[in-house]
Design a protein around this ligand. Sequence first.
Ligand SMILES: *[C@@H]1O[C@H](CO)[C@@H](O)[C@H](O)[C@H]1NC(C)=O
Ligand SMILES: *[C@@H]1O[C@H](CO)[C@@H](O)[C@H](O)[C@H]1NC(C)=O
Ligand SMILES: *[C@@H]1O[C@H](CO)[C@@H](O)[C@H](O)[C@H]1NC(C)=O
Ligand SMILES: *[C@@H]1O[C@H](CO)[C@@H](O)[C@H](O)[C@H]1NC(C)=O
Ligand SMILES: *[C@@H]1O[C@H](CO)[C@@H](O)[C@H](O)[C@H]1NC(C)=O
Ligand SMILES: *[C@@H]1O[C@H](CO)[C@@H](O)[C@H](O)[C@H]1NC(C)=O
Ligand SMILES: *[C@@H]1O[C@H](CO)[C@@H](O)[C@H](O)[C@H]1NC(C)=O
Length: 728
Amino acid sequence: MMIGLQRTTSGVLFCALFLISASCKSFAYDLEVNQTAFLKIDASPQSGRKIPDHLFGIFFEEINHAGAGGIWAELVSNRGFEAGGPNTPSNIDPWGIIGNETFINVLTDRSSCFNRNKVALRMEVLCDPVGCPDSGVGVYNPGYWGMNIEQGKTYKVVLHVMSSGSLNLSVSLTSSDGMQTLASNNIIASASQVSNWTKIEFQLESKGTNSNSRLQLTTNHKGVIWLDQVSVMPTDTYKGHGFRKELISMIEGIQPRFIRFPGGCFVEGEWLRNAFRWRESIGPWEERPGHFGDVWMYWTDDGLGYYEFLQLAEDLGAAPIWVFNNGISHQDEVATSSIAPFVKDVLDSIEFARGSTNSTWGSVRAAMGHPEPFELKYVAIGNEDCGKPNYRGNYLKFYDAIRNAYSDIKMISNCDGSSRPLDHPADLYDFHVYNSANTLFNMANQFDRTSRTGPKAFVSEYAVTGKDAGTGSLLAALAEAAFLIGLEKNSDAVEMASYAPLLVNTNDRRWNPDAIVFNSWQQYGTPSYWMQHFFKESSGATLLPATIQANSSVHVVASAIICRSSEDNSEYLQIKVVNFDNEPVNLMFSVSGLQNTVNSSGSKMTILTSSNVMDENSFQEPNKLKKQQKLLNKMTGHCRKLGNEEDKCGRKKMKMQWVPKKQTRASNIVPFAVDPSTSQHVNADEFLQFMLMGFVLFLLLTLEWFILTLQGFLRIMLVWVLLFMLIV
Ligand SMILES: *[C@@H]1O[C@H](CO)[C@@H](O)[C@H](O)[C@H]1NC(C)=O
Ligand SMILES: *[C@@H]1O[C@H](CO)[C@@H](O)[C@H](O)[C@H]1NC(C)=O
Ligand SMILES: *[C@@H]1O[C@H](CO)[C@@H](O)[C@H](O)[C@H]1NC(C)=O
Ligand SMILES: *[C@@H]1O[C@H](CO)[C@@H](O)[C@H](O)[C@H]1NC(C)=O
Ligand SMILES: *[C@@H]1O[C@H](CO)[C@@H](O)[C@H](O)[C@H]1NC(C)=O
Ligand SMILES: *[C@@H]1O[C@H](CO)[C@@H](O)[C@H](O)[C@H]1NC(C)=O
Ligand SMILES: *[C@@H]1O[C@H](CO)[C@@H](O)[C@H](O)[C@H]1NC(C)=O
């Protein structure tokens, strides 16, 4: 750096913050904070270290109906009548019959035109227009605990039908009792038009809104009608690719840099025959056989398949991480000597994702509408199988074959390499943790002593579980935040991390807690979801050395980064702090060496807290706990000079008091900031001071400062002070 142009940042600071509480009783707050923590941040460029680009992402598992009846927008459940198994007649749940056996006989047979899913519905209507009930007879599908049909929205209906005679079939969206019709269309066809399987497609526009609707297929014409692969999709899906918009926009909200999919145990299966098989989940959706996930115990039609996951990753700007079955399930294993076909299958899956349109599987992808390759750079060889007898044998077969064919693909082992080296080659290793809040909080230091050479950690599943977590508590989120701050600081040993599970449909809660909670029409984030918002700028940012000095009884964890904001693309200093104690802590911090490339406007303070650590969000109060943001430079007031004093180095410093113009009670947090027009510069290495409330996750995005040119050379910056309080 050129002499004379050096940019200094001397943290200047001030305003010994005082809380002005006299005028309002509810502000009453014990200012005698017994503990003080000092946070020293070194923002000089030579001290920073780049955080991996994919540090924070998501883990999607088909659990809790996260996909089928979740992010995948298909409204019909068991659309191909395959869920009851291949032997007919079979159970048609959740389909139901309209009309009794006097009028209609419904069963399944194996007459489908689709070879991989032969089961179809056979509906024999015994009545005619005179004898049938007025509303007709037939079948209905309630979707996944009710279809959410909304007024003015359009729905694409696709079904396959065959009939013994002419057809007059009414297709309608109705209330759950069939009494209210929201949209309807009649399919009219001559006998010759539908004597063989015929695909019929049309759109329905809803006249009303009902979150507990169903699809009805009814007629009052005597004869036999076969139905198969009946689909209803909203036309308005995320980027037109079939995903439920409001759920994906919540996922977008945390800006995931990767998506690990499709499981989890879902990938393994309780038994191998029920594991996820990518090949059966691609191609035209009508031809996919679907499968029963025997770990989380439900059927999926696999409309959300391997291709759709890759598409979702691309649409989210997230790196896909394909977790494949390695020939091992919970109960059975393929011997390493017989693993070759499984290895070939996985190589084919990579060719499907990345191969040219001329390649065997790349051409299948192109035919599905994506000639460009997907950017698949990571694969995981199994899930949680390290201890299984055949793991290492099978692993090496997959590893060598993939390494030979694709030198750039990073492979993830299931064995924990955080405390001792792995006994096999890998680029990353999985690390899973589900534990109590205290344990996770203390695990902020988990990777401090992990080797910096060798494979990196992928903390692909973490969460506070058990009584500390309830169905998603603030306590859990705070401990997880401390854990993530630890991962951020150790991001030279940890390359990626994701919370688990991501989603839960409340009608089929298989795991507690989860980040995003939903039903057919509502959704909210748990505190653990909102906690992840505090880390969305971290990936690819610059980590600054930040050390806390405090008594051991103080449970405060902090980190500082220089990051590029996705909102305005400029650089900011971001400080995250968790106070895991019930008691407030005086937090003092100093920043040295900050560069003036860091944006000087738009200071924001964001907090996540509540009056009770066990508080949760709910459908009734979806935003009870949510990150709350303040633009500090919108606060007005002035600094009152209290006088000068000398510090122990003999430097002059100025004491000031912040006097806000008027107190607002817009929320339970009252921030205080210095008004730039009246603030003073002091050239001492001073601390900014905050009152850090008990049980809070706190993020300060930028320190607003302004730059003072002294003889055209020396820039001194910074003046900022904030204080906030909680009104109990
Ligand atoms: C500070 O310490 C005193 C005496 O030990 C105690 O009575 C008081 O509750 C403490 N206050 C806070 C805010 O921790
Ligand atoms: C079917 O319903 C009709 C009219 O509701 C009724 O008359 C008939 O007895 C019912 N038949 C059976 C077998 O339940
Ligand atoms: C089809 O059936 C409906 C009653 O369900 C009837 O109103 C309509 O006229 C029929 N259309 C034809 C072409 O038969
Ligand atoms: C019915 O259509 C299928 C193709 O969907 C065809 O293979 C079959 O030969 C057709 N059957 C008749 C009787 O036309
Ligand atoms: C596909 O093959 C054709 C002819 O062999 C060749 O010209 C073309 O470049 C290939 N395309 C790709 C994407 O490899
Ligand atoms: C730690 O606690 C002791 C005794 O309460 C106190 O004198 C000291 O200032 C505290 N240190 C810090 C850094 O808060
Ligand atoms: C700094 O941020 C402000 C507000 O977010 C923006 O308008 C401005 O362009 C940014 N300046 C630079 C130099 O990036």
